[in-house]
Write a protein that binds this ligand. Sequence first.
Ligand SMILES: [Ca+2]
Ligand SMILES: [Ca+2]
Ligand SMILES: [Ca+2]
Length: 200
Amino acid sequence: MTVPPPGLQRRRLRFAALCCLATTACHEVPTPKDGLDAKFAATDDGIELERACTPSGVELCFDALDNNCNGIIDEGCGLHTGLLQFTIAWQESAVDIDLNVNGPDGQVATDKSPTDAGLLKDRDCPGSKGLCYSQNVENVFLAEGAPRRGRYRVVVRLEDLKSARAPIQVRLSARVGQRHFTSLVELEENSQQRAFEFTL
Ligand SMILES: [Ca+2]
Ligand SMILES: [Ca+2]
Ligand SMILES: [Ca+2]
């Protein structure tokens, strides 16, 4: 039997995992009570998403993890949430990572005002005004309206490594209705990015 090279094996596993997330044939996927049926698609720079949530105690702030597995990421920490929520966190205080979320309207969520699809970012870290206090978290959430149907793209991008040592580990968690996903993303050089896409 021919064994595919390791890179191809990883790609297949990643694709299989994302396909498992997308198909109702995977019996572990619960039927969302809010009717948000997300279908995930693999990307060339794809992030491997984990669906399992293991409770680790009370909710901790600024780790982009749903520690108590109640479906909400970093609640009680000054972050906003909604039916859609995407959160990243990283340890290196000077490093600039960006969370870029495109909604079906094609607009990237910023911290200025909601996009036409209702997406808004809480803050851009580390930022120029020191408002993140070395607790680097970026959070994009559905600020108004119902979730718009269509394709979403969630990108974690290393903007500026500064003098930090690569790789930078970034925790990403996502809430899509009743579903929760998380991943640990590694970025090694400026402009490198990882992404996942889904369709509502
Ligand atoms: Ca929580
Ligand atoms: Ca947390
Ligand atoms: Ca940033």
